[in-house]
Ligand binder design. Structure first.
Ligand code: DP6
Length: 357
């Protein structure tokens, strides 16, 4: 028996959390957004996706496993990512035309998240980013902008191929060639910052982002206002706040943008409801905490929240405030016996925390 050749690469990519939301597409196939967005990529050792890609002439077809379960490869998003990477591999291929033309070898891809999939925790962003990096490397694609390939899997994924604070430019070209992500600032730009994820539910969301944004673009007046007059100005302002290391303005703009996205959702028809009573209780807690720290003359301890397409809050908290904020959260939302880390990781429902009056 002749041994078969194979190449294998494993890559990880972290979740990114948008502070200026990508919400609305100008092209649903190429996944091109209607506005620029800005995000923080969490550090590699936190919530992340790990993907292994293996190519071999012994494989008869491409195959894909997500969290241990084989998934259909008919998904056009996965197909588009693979097509884009194989196209680039052929462009820079040294083995093409020879017996060892690796660009024609099928690929097997295994991906796993270390957190619940599709619970509004940007799992697709980390997943597609890790996949694109692993598949590109296994086919020998070096250099080039991988954000363009990741974007074709899931829009927000293009920001997860870079670290720190990242801006995804919506671009103007019809083919999406200028719709790329770029780093705006390194991870430690605002000093040591923590992201506290307040998981109100680890369940799969009711309305996926694609459908949620589509409905907002078609029917919401708030969305119309966002796209015609507010979001571009807010993006400009947050980029300025980042350049000036103005943490307080960064926090205010982050919270406004989250509120605006969810206001657009609520004013869509039928409404798209992601936030729950628990989410709103977290919002109230953050505003109350900020009122006190600002009154005490410590705006550098300010914190902010942002909500993606789900009920879970992500809080950005300066290191010096983490102890205080954590004890406040635990006091207001006491951990329930039924909601352990294990319950959450397995995506089971946790009882709604009760607010202590
Ligand atoms: C609320 O990137 O999941 O998290 O491109 O349709 O896959 P598709 O959408 P996706 O949407 C993310 C929306 C968001 C905001 C953001 O991350 O910018």
């Amino acid at each position: 028996m002749t041994p078969h050749k194979y190449f294998i690469v494993t890559a990880t990519a972290p979740v990114n959390i948008a502070v200026i939301k990508y919400w609305g597409k100008r092209d649903e196939v190429l996944i091109l957004p209607l506005n620029d967005s800005v995000s923080f990529t969490l550090s590699q050792d936190q919530l992340c996706a790990t993907t292994t890609a293996c190519i071999s002439p012994a494989f008869t077809n491409d195959a894909f496993w997500l969290n241990g379960k084989e998934e259909s490869l008919e998904n056009p998003r996965i197909q588009n990512c693979l097509k884009e990477i194989r196209r680039r591999a052929k462009e820079s291929c040294s083995s093409c035309g020879s017996e060892d033309d690796i660009t024609s070898w099928p690929v097997h891809i295994c991906s796993a998240n270390n957190f619940p999939t599709a619970a509004g925790l940007a799992s697709s962003a980390a997943g597609y980013a890790a996949m694109v990096v692993a598949v590109a490397e296994v086919y020998g694609v070096s250099g080039g902008d991988l954000s363009v390939a990741a974007r074709q899997g899931s829009g927000s994924a293009c920001r997860s191929v870079l670290g720190g604070i990242v801006r995804w430019y919506k671009g103007e070209q019809l083919d999406g060639s200028d719709s790329v992500a770029r780093q705006v600032a390194p991870p430690d730009h605002f000093g040591e910052l923590h992201a506290i994820l307040c998981v109100a539910s680890g369940r799969r969301k009711k309305t996926g982002s694609t459908e949620g944004m589509r409905r907002c673009v078609k029917t919401s007046l708030v969305m119309n206002m966002r796209l015609t007059s507010t979001v571009d100005a807010r993006t400009k302002n947050i980029v300025k706040a980042i350049a000036e290391k103005d943490w307080s303005s960064f926090c205010d703009l982050t919270m406004s943008d989250s509120q605006e996205m969810h206001a657009a959702c609520l004013t869509a028809s039928p409404p798209v409801v992601y936030m729950t009573d628990t989410s709103h209780a977290v919002v109230e807690l953050v505003h109350e905490y900020n009122r006190v720290v600002v009154k005490e003359g410590q705006p550098q301890l300010k914190i902010c929240y942002t909500f993606d397409a789900g009920p879970n809050a992500c809080l950005f908290v300066p290191a010096a405030a983490v102890g205080q904020v954590m004890s406040l959260l635990l006091k207001v939302f006491p951990p329930s016996d039924h909601c352990t880390l294990d319950t959450y990781l397995r995506g089971l429902p946790c009882p709604t925390p009760q607010l202590i009056p």
